[in-house]
Write a protein that binds this ligand. Structure first.
Ligand code: FMN
Length: 401
């Protein structure tokens, strides 16, 4: 299935219409003076996006409970400084199935990036290439996977939403392989999405320019009309397309590329995926855009790490806003992290330059935090001392956060 509201199917209110999402300011050709840390992009983006577009990107699903809980979960942990460590040769490199990276911040798959900037995914590819990051291109990208691949020599993976026509899914994998993508990230958590009530209140509609370029050749996606039809359609039709284990097996059998599964929140699911031959899991609740009321993703991370063992690759996203957040996620069990909304904010402010600058800031913030914590490499983060706020416990004594 395809998602993020190209399957307007589930969310009739978000049907595609010609509408004016006129930004307040055009993208800047230099970094604005008020951007001093990664988080500043979230504030600045409000000048560069129309209110409805900002609300759509910023929002989660339904009442925004989980999207709000995600960043807050990081505030429940603090990093204890250490003294006199030899940190002169600090190193943020990380080896993952599908990429060796200079630093552990990847660009999460985000649909329709031309909502934020006319160059959309192509600008993100340039930023990834310039900063040694990796781009995970959404099935629902506004430029085709082939065009993005030709635009910059970035490390890139392809994110797959299973399509109602499963042969289209397999064809997408084949196209990604041919175009040089180095891993497949299969997103399984967002089969059903209810848009945020706050974003709906602003009257957001997907502009006509936002089309899923990769899917054009497979015919028109299912469209189901009307919010009131939601329940009937979910029960009567759309759940027919919900992926199951045999779909995962078909993907695994179809490609030699490493296959990651994104949207893992339960330790038992992580263990089952590990046993099935999945290369790694992405602990994520889709940035709070899937099940509203799900726990913060950070809360589940230590439990999933302990379920799959120390060596199994884990990526994390949902709530990362600073380099210190990156530190905490890695200290709590991730090998590397992805950023979703933050890249859209930076993209809207200054295109490729903004995203490259954001990645540089995150990397610097991470390096500063590592230095204070006495960590020389990402491997050291696993033994860093994290303190849970409101309790005098260190991380190792906590069953979860
Ligand atoms: C506007 C928007 C569109 C998204 N589109 C996709 C998508 O096409 N595929 C996907 O797997 N995840 C998608 N996601 C989820 C992100 O990959 C990621 O899981 C999430 O944004 C992480 O949370 P963060 O925004 O707090 O960093 C989208 C998220 C946003 C905000």
């Amino acid at each position: 299935m395809h998602n993020e509201f190209s399957r307007v199917g589930l969310v009739g209110q978000w049907q595609r219409q010609a509408s004016s999402h006129v930004p307040i300011q055009s993208p800047a050709s230099r970094i604005p003076d008020d951007i001093r840390c990664a988080r500043d992009y979230e504030i600045a983006a409000q000048r560069f996006m129309a209110e409805s577009v900002y609300a759509y990107i910023h929002g989660g699903s339904a009442l925004d409970q989980t999207s709000t809980a995600n960043p807050r979960a990081f505030g429940r942990w603090t990093v204890c400084p250490r003294l006199l460590g030899d940190i002169r040769q600090s190193d943020t490199r990380v080896q993952l199935p599908g990429a060796m990276l200079d630093h552990p911040v990847l660009l999460a798959p985000v649909a329709y990036q031309n909502l934020a900037h006319p160059e959309g995914e192509i600008a993100v590819a340039r930023a990834a290439a310039a900063t040694g990051s990796a781009q995970i291109l959404s099935t629902l990208s506004s430029f085709s996977l082939e065009d993005v691949a030709q635009s910059a020599p970035a490390r890139r993976w392809f994110q797959l939403y299973l399509q109602p026509d499963r042969s289209a899914s397999l064809d997408l994998i084949r196209r990604a392989e041919t175009a040089g993508y180095k891993a497949i990230m299969l997103t399984l958590d967002a089969t059903l999405q209810i848009p945020s009530a706050r974003a709906q209140a602003t009257g957001f509609t997907l502009p006509a320019a936002c089309v899923a370029a990769n899917l054009q050749q497979y015919g028109r996606p299912d469209a189901v009309a009307g919010g009131t039809a939601l329940r009937r359609d979910v029960i009567g039709g759309l759940l027919r397309h919900v992926p199951c284990w045999s779909d995962l097996d078909a993907v695994l059998a179809h490609t030699q590329l490493p296959v990651w599964v994104k949207g893992v929140m339960h330790p038992d699911d992580a263990r089952a995926l590990q046993g099935r031959g999945v290369a790694g899991v992405v602990v994520s609740n889709h940035g709070g855009r899937a099940l509203d009321g799900a726990p913060a993703a950070l809360q589940m991370l230590p439990l999933i790490r302990s379920a799959v063992g120390a060596q199994y690759p884990i990526l994390f996203d949902s709530g990362i806003r600073s380099g210190t957040d990156v530190f905490k996620a890695i200290a709590l069990g991730a090998d590397a992290v992805m950023i979703g909304r933050a890249q859209m904010y930076a993209l809207s402010v200054a295109g490729a330059l903004g995203v490259a600058h954001l990645l540089t800031l995150l990397r610097e913030e991470l390096a500063v935090c590592m230095a204070h914590a006495g960590c020389r490499s990402l491997a050291d983060l696993r033994s860093a001392t994290l303190i849970r706020n409101g309790a005098s416990e260190v991380r190792d004594e906590c069953a979860s956060c």
